[in-house]
Design a binder for this molecule. Structure first.
Ligand code: FES
Length: 151
């Protein structure tokens, strides 16, 4: 049985929204202290709608596929709607990941929240979906699920 489904392979081999926005309204970076993988997401917001999003990843194929799907999912959504996109939604959109790679999708989820957090900070806005979110929590995240011995 193949480890990765066709959707994951498609997003890995032909990822959407790769790059970095010039003059983004918000950007966020998430780095895993466990495997060293990193992701940066930048967003453009107009009238509370995320009109564009780009990502850069130093990460595995699952992280690339997750960020490709996650950025697709938030473009066109309001900021509040984007904050409701969960790690589980990204996994469902991908059609699942191998168990050992499920936590790789956390990179996308956390980086998006960090970008929105940055946007909220710059604009002085408050979003209920950000309550309790700490963009610097990565240093405490030791349950990333990466298995360095298998890389
Ligand atoms: S993001 Fe760390 S191994 Fe995939």
């Amino acid at each position: 049985m193949a480890l990765y489904n066709d959707t994951v392979i498609s997003h890995f081999t032909n990822p959407h929204n790769v790059g970095e926005l010039l003059a983004p309204d918000g950007e966020g970076t998430y780095g895993s202290p466990v495997c060293g993988d990193m992701m940066k997401i930048s967003i453009k917001v107009e009238n509370e709608v995320i009109v564009d999003a780009k990502f850069k990843t130093f990460g595995c194929g699952s992280a690339i596929a997750s960020s490709s799907v996650a950025t697709d999912m938030i473009i066109g959504k309001t900021v509040e709607e984007a904050l409701k996109v969960t790690n589980r939604d990204v996994l469902n959109e991908l059609g699942g990941l191998p168990a050992i790679k499920i936590h790789c999708s956390v990179l996308a989820d956390h980086a998006i929240r960090s970008a929105i957090y940055d946007y909220a900070k710059k604009t002085g806005k408050h979003y209920a979906g950000l309550d309790g979110f700490n963009p610097d929590a990565d240093a405490e995240d030791n349950d990333h699920g990466c298995d360095m011995e298998n890389q």
